[in-house]
Design a protein around this ligand. Structure first.
Ligand code: CUA
Length: 347
């Protein structure tokens, strides 16, 4: 059996176990959309049945009716057989009509958003190369999203840059996320667990790392709001929250140890100066076509988040990062990220 194992680039929390259904063909079903599985296995069974039948008859005939001597004349010269042709037209027609009706029923269920789901509406914002989730109460989480077991949920899908796709195999939902167009999916999770959410539309360099987790939890667990772990009440907690935000939003493109990725590394943005005070490093940037030297500070980091193209790091003159507005990450959270950056400072 082939089981896809998935690297977890946003190393925050446990990765889902690769789970498959009883036949080892699909990821474990954890929603009410079982028509997908029914239709898949029906089609699969039909294919196997006819593969065996047709190949069996073919092989049997090849052996049984083969020419046994060089000069043996053809045994018969049948050109057509009306009853046989009617049978092999009508039976497949019935089979494909069953597939059509079954598929239509399943698709209709997916498109028809029930009221309970519409009342429990989330927003999933796709962006190169991360996911941001907004809950019905307006709170936000990054790279991980929590939903209640047995409670139908709807997701409004938005992109802030290019085409992406929202794909949760275990929920049997997949929908393109199209800039400038409101797309939506709903599902009813039926089993607790952590499930993969993939981007299923090629969206640039790090498409394969654009990955999130769907946590299906009991309503008691949900009430504890496990996503709401942001805390900047002390510098230590702010740095920790900043690190968590970094790993979910920034780590795909920016390393903290100098490893070259798509964007410039954060290594050495802040350094320890006299008496261990933390000071911003000097950076050569391009602003409006002119090269200049700046000192890294909070304002520069905030500007780089909000309008990345304003000052481009000279080593990455082509830029390419799209902006993170306050609806994706507020100023307090950016500040926590800066606190984390400062915590990385060394001599
Ligand atoms: Cu986003 Cu692929």
């Amino acid at each position: 059996m082939f089981v896809l194992s998935i690297q977890d680039p946003q190393n925050a929390g446990p990765a889902p176990q690769p789970q498959v259904d009883a036949y080892g063909q699909l990821s474990k079903l954890a929603s009410t959309f079982h028509d997908v599985d029914g239709l898949f296995y029906f089609t699969y069974a039909v294919c196997i049945f006819f593969f065996v039948l047709i190949l069996g008859v073919l092989l049997f005939s090849v052996v049984k009716y083969r020419r046994k001597t060089e000069d043996q004349p053809a045994a018969s010269n049948v050109t057509h057989n009306t009853p046989l042709e009617v049978v092999w037209t009508v039976i497949p027609l019935i089979i494909v009509m069953v597939m059509f009706a079954w598929g239509y029923k399943g698709a209709d269920q997916m498109v028809d958003v029930p009221k309970e789901a519409a009342r429990n509406a989330y927003k999933a914002m796709a962006k190169q190369w991360s996911w941001t989730f907004t809950y019905p109460d307006g709170s936000v989480s990054y790279g991980d999203v929590w939903v209640e077991k047995d409670k139908p949920v709807q997701f409004y899908l938005q992109s802030s840059d290019v085409l992406h796709a929202f794909y949760v195999p275990s929920m049997r939902v997949k929908r393109d996320v199209i800039p400038g167009r409101m797309q939506t999916v709903w599902f009813q999770p039926t089993e607790e667990g952590i499930y993969h959410l993939f981007c299923a539309e090629y969206c640039g360099n790090d498409h394969s790392k654009m990955y999130a987790r769907v946590h299906v939890v009991s309503s008691a667990e949900f009430k504890k709001r496990p996503w709401d772990d942001f805390d900047d009440s002390t510098p230590e907690l702010a740095a920790k929250s900043g690190e968590s935000l970094y790993s979910r939003n920034c780590a795909v493109c920016h390393s903290v140890d100098g490893t070259p990725l798509v964007g410039p590394s954060w290594k050495g943005l802040f350094v320890k100066g006299e008496g261990d005070t933390i000071v911003g490093a000097k950076r050569t940037v391009i602003e409006g076509g002119a090269t200049k030297e700046i000192t890294v500070d909070d304002a520069y980091v905030l500007e780089s988040v909000r309008t990345p193209a304003q000052k481009l790091v000279a080593t990455h003159p082509n830029g390419g990062m799209s902006s993170f507005g306050p609806e994706l990450i507020d100023d307090r959270r950016v500040k926590a990220i800066v606190t984390y950056m400062k915590s990385l400072a060394s001599k």
